[in-house]
Design a protein around this ligand. Structure first.
Ligand code: C2E
Ligand code: MG
Ligand code: MG
Ligand code: MG
Length: 286
């Protein structure tokens, strides 16, 4: 009796494992085809100053429009792309596309309209030989100054190999790229080593922002991160801001910048100009 139940459990476990392996293989095949047939695009989410409400820039976020399945979230396909070596190619596509788009916006709106664009870097991209040289060449080819590009690296990524990360960050900064530490507060070791990375920006993870309304312990943690950033001459962006209450608390803590659904969801490229005009009118109106 017990034995057969155990066997069934094993069989169920195997079936779900098999499904996962199959799904991963399916996504891998799909990703290869998607790269060849242009199924990716970028969306852009604004980052605003909490002090002046002015636009600081946008974060580029990759989207996969699958011909049969529809939109597949990056949280599902990026890990597969990373495990199969495809993320290096995809990451380079994202970077070039983001630079092309920024150059177009600069031509039509002027450079001051969009001071900066943030692009995420995967951990697997950090292993690309001469990454800094490659990204610099791409930016130059597309007519963009590297100092307008913020490269987002997650806290977890830099803790995987801090010495390698520090070396790569240094080489990227030598070309003028800015470095933002993404999802800050979710890793464990970065705090102790933060001084060795010379990052420009800390992006406080959305989980901290989501808890702000719960009281003093939670505001104290964000306050500590803000103080740390200040003392290390880094600026701070709060991620995942959804409510006016969160804005009020963040402002009382002197948090400089914010990003989140309250200001805008990630926007398709052709909605960005309308957003900028509307936003400018609102800022001028206050
Ligand atoms: P991330 O870099 O931390 O990006 C922010 C994520 O939070 C985005 O999810 C964004 O849509 C979401 N978000 C923004 N504001 C809010 C809010 O107010 N509430 C909530 N609940 N969510 C908000 P998305 O686009 O699904 O991306 C998820 C993650 O996938 C990103 O997190 C990033 O780690 C990764 N990713 C996305 N695009 C790329 C890319 O081009 N390259 C790499 N390497 N990773 C990417
Ligand atoms: Mg990011
Ligand atoms: Mg983030
Ligand atoms: Mg995040």
């Amino acid at each position: 009796e017990a034995k057969s139940a155990g066997r069934n459990r094993t069989a169920l476990f195997d079936a779900s494992m098999l499904r996962r392996v199959q799904r991963k293989a399916e996504l891998e095949v799909g990703l290869r085809l998607a790269l060849e047939t242009d199924q990716f695009h970028l969306e852009y989410q604004p980052i605003v100053s909490l002090e002046t409400r002015r636009l600081r820039g946008f974060e580029a976020l990759v989207r996969w429009q699958h011909p049969q399945e529809g939109l597949i979230p990056p949280g599902e396909f990026i890990p597969v792309a990373e495990d199969t070596g495809l993320m290096v190619v995809l990451g380079e596509w994202v970077f070039r596309r983001a630079c092309q788009q920024l150059a177009v916006w600069w031509q039509t709106l002027g450079r001051e309209a969009i001071p900066s664009l943030s692009v995420n870097l995967s951990r697997t991209q950090l292993a690309v030989p001469e990454l800094a040289e490659r990204l610099n060449s791409i930016a130059r080819e597309e007519g963009v100054d590297p100092s307008a590009i913020h490269l987002e690296i997650t806290e977890t990524t830099i803790t995987l190999d801090p010495d390698q990360a520090a070396r790569i960050i240094k080489s990227l900064k030598a070309f003028g790229f800015k470095i933002d530490l993404d999802d800050f507060g979710t890793g464990y070791a970065a705090m102790a080593n933060l001084h060795m990375f010379h990052v420009d920006v800390l992006k406080v993870d959305r989980s901290f922002v989501a808890n702000l309304h719960r009281g003093r312990e939670f505001t104290a943690m964000v306050n500590a991160i803000i103080t740390l950033a200040d003392n290390l001459n880094m600026t701070l962006i709060a991620e995942g801001v959804e409510t006016d209450e969160q804005v009020a608390i963040l402002q009382s803590l002197d948090c400089q910048f914010a990003q989140g659904y309250l200001f805008a969801r990630p926007l398709p490229a052709d909605h960005v100009v309308a957003f900028i005009n509307k936003h400018k009118a609102q800022v001028a109106g206050c």
